[in-house]
Write a protein that binds this ligand. Sequence first.
Ligand code: DC
Length: 221
Amino acid sequence: MQIAIDGPASAGKSTVAKLVASKLNYVYCDTGAMYRVVTLMALRRGVAADDAESVTALLDDIDIEFVPSAEGQLVHMNGTDVTLAIRQEDVTNNVSSVSAIPAVRARLTKLQRDIAAKGNIVMDGRDIGTTVLPDAELKVFMVASVEERARRRFLDNQQKGIDVSQAVLEKEIAERDRKDSSRAVSPLKQAADAIKLDTTHLSIDEVVTKIIALYDERAAK
Ligand code: DC
């Protein structure tokens, strides 16, 4: 079975998707991490995130791997652990430009479908229900207010020692929403058959419970 979880930045998708996958013993695939790896490589090579031709040329030099570990799933770029590096602010603020490049999307979409073809999967991102896995049995579109998402990212950042004010985070999140929703290829959009879940006033556990209930419903059919 395929479970697609989409939604805007910081709506809690990856936290929830990881827990759902672990409860069901499914593989978890964080597609945002893949766009982040390409962005990190561009920054390290001094390539502008909106230089479509040069970013596309980097794709042949990038090998992305998800590696299970005792601390959770790690992200490797060419054999090196970049799990933390891809969460830094410079990557976050450039990833929307990289992910708007059609050739980057085409390549990563193929990789994501190859991963999903191996078995039961929970995949999170922006276009999983609409483009990557249009036949997924369960599609969830998670949303939350910009204020709440900035608050969550702020708390998250504090734990990582990243110091950015909540007001700046609100602006960055709103800007990323705008870019992700307005790009020409596979914009952030709720699939017609996805179930919308507003998590603004829900705890992580409540969201996970709701998704597992939806899964049970689908599995029973
Ligand atoms: O979920 P995230 O914040 O790690 O995603 C990083 C960026 O990658 C996000 O701004 C949009 C892009 N993205 C995408 O375009 N398509 C996906 N399936 C996943 C992420």
